[in-house]
Ligand binder design. Structure first.
Ligand code: PAP
Length: 335
C-alpha cells in the first residue's frame, strides 16, 4: 500500500475555500517538523500531534466543512485501543430494537464499517455532509480532542483507551500490514523507540489520552471515559453505561430478556472474529483496503509481555508514570 508523495489537488473553480486550504496544506507540509512514519515515510507534527500527510489534509477539511449537531455521538480513541469492539458494542446497543441476535447487521458487516470515521471520510474532497444519517449520528475518530473543531464540544463522546504497552504492540503489527511496500518492514525496536518519543500516528499517546481525560473531568455528562481493560473485565456493566450515556438505559423487560448479555456475547472477540464477513471482508481505510481480519488479532490484555524486554517495560511505564502524574489516570499495575 502506498500514499502518493504529494496529494493530488483538484482545483475547483467553484470552491475558493478549498483552493485556499490546499495552499495551506502545501505550506504546512513544507514547514512543520517531520519524523519517521510507521506505515508511511514521514509523520508531521501538527499542533502538537503527529499525523501522516493525508491526516493533515483531512484535519484541514474537517475544520472547514464538518457541521456537527448536538445530538452527534463520537467514539474517540488512540489507534488500537478498542475501536472495533466499541463500534460493535455501540451500534448494537443503540440499534437493539431494530435487530434480533440471530440475524444481526453485524453478522454481515464488519464493525469498522458500521459508522463513519471522520478521519477517513474527510480525506477527500468533495465532502459528504452526512445529513442523510438520522439522529443520533455516530462518528468515530482517532484525533485528539484538541485537534477537533470547537463545535463538537456540544456533542457526546465515548473515549476508549488501553495500556500503552498493548497499544504499541497492536499498532506495530497493524502498521506493518499496511506499510508502504517501498519501505522495509518496521522493526519492533524502532516502533518502540518512536512510540516512546511520541512519534506515532495521532501521538504522543499520553497527550492524546490526557486531552480526553481532562475534558471528561470538566464535562462528565459529555464524555464517557472507558478503558479496554475495564470492558474486558466487566463487559455487561460497560454496555449498561453505554446505553444510559447514549440516552436509552435498559428497561426491566430488557433485563429479563438478558439483552445486555446478548450484546456482549455477540460482540465478543471469539464471535466477531469467527464471522465470515470478518474473515474475508474488507474495509476501506482511505489509502486503500484492509482485510477486516486485521482488526482482530488476539484481543488480549498483556500481550506486550511476549515482545518487550524488562528494560523496555521499565522505560515505557516510566514515561507513562511521569506524563500522567497528578492527573488521576493510570495504566497497568498502577491503575
Ligand atoms: P483501530 O485503531 O485500527 O480502529 P482497534 O479496533 O482500536 O483498531 O484495535 C484493534 C485491537 O482491538 C486488536 O488488539 P490486538 O492487536 O492486541 O489483538 C484487536 O484484536 C482488538 N479487538 C478487536 N475486536 C475485539 C473484541 N471484540 N474484543 C476484544 N478485543 C478486540
Amino acid at each position: 500500500m502506498s500514499i502518493p508523495p504529494s496529494l493530488p489537488i483538484t482545483e475547483s473553480k467553484e470552491d475558493g475555500d478549498y483552493i485556499k486550504l490546499c495552499k495551506e496544506y502545501d505550506y504546512l507540509i513544507e514547514t512543520i517538523p517531520k519524523g519517521n512514519g510507521w506505515n508511511v515515510k514521514h509523520l508531521y507534527k501538527y499542533n502538537g500531534f503527529w499525523l501522516n500527510p493525508i491526516g493533515i489534509k483531512a484535519n484541514l477539511l474537517l475544520h472547514a466543512y464538518f457541521k456537527s449537531h448536538p445530538t452527534d455521538i463520537f467514539l474517540a480513541s488512540f489507534m488500537k485501543s478498542g475501536t472495533t469492539w466499541l463500534k460493535a458494542l455501540m451500534i448494537s446497543t443503540i440499534n437493539r430494537h431494530r435487530y434480533n441476535f440471530t440475524d444481526h447487521h453485524l453478522h454481515h458487516h464488519g464493525p469498522q464499517s458500521t459508522f463513519p470515521s471522520i478521519d477517513i471520510e474527510f480525506q477527500s474532497y468533495p465532502i459528504t455532509d452526512f445529513m442523510h444519517i438520522s439522529a443520533p449520528r455516530l462518528f468515530a475518530t482517532h484525533l485528539p480532542r484538541t485537534l477537533l473543531p470547537p463545535s463538537v464540544t456540544s456533542c457526546k463522546f465515548i473515549y476508549i483507551c488501553r495500556d500503552p504497552k498493548d497499544v504499541l504492540v497492536s499498532k506495530w503489527f497493524f502498521m506493518n500490514k499496511i506499510r508502504d511496500t517501498d519501505l522495509p518492514p518496521l522493526s519492533f525496536d524502532e516502533a518502540f523507540d518512536l512510540f516512546c518519543q511520541g512519534i506515532s500516528d495521532f501521538g504522543p499517546f499520553w497527550e492524546h489520552v490526557l486531552s480526553y481525560w481532562r475534558a471528561s473531568l470538566d464535562a462528565p455528562d459529555k464524555i464517557l471515559f472507558l478503558k479496554y481493560e475495564e470492558v474486558k473485565e466487566q463487559p455487561e456493566a460497560v454496555v449498561r453505561k453505554l446505553a444510559t450515556f447514549m440516552g436509552e438505559p435498559f428497561t426491566a423487560e430488557e433485563d429479563e430478556q438478558r439483552v445486555a448479555e446478548n450484546i456482549v456475547n455477540m460482540c465478543s472477540f471469539e464471535n466477531l472474529s469467527n464471522l465470515e464477513v470478518n474473515k474475508t471482508g474488507v474495509f476501506n481505510i482511505g489509502i486503500g483496503k484492509v482485510g477486516n481480519r486485521e482488526f482482530f488479532r488476539k484481543g488480549k490484555i498483556g500481550d506486550w509481555k511476549n515482545y518487550m524486554t524488562e528494560e523496555m517495560k521499565q522505560r515505557i511505564d516510566g514515561i507513562t508514570h511521569e506524563k500522567l502524574k497528578g492527573s488521576g489516570l493510570a495504566f497497568g499495575e498502577n491503575a
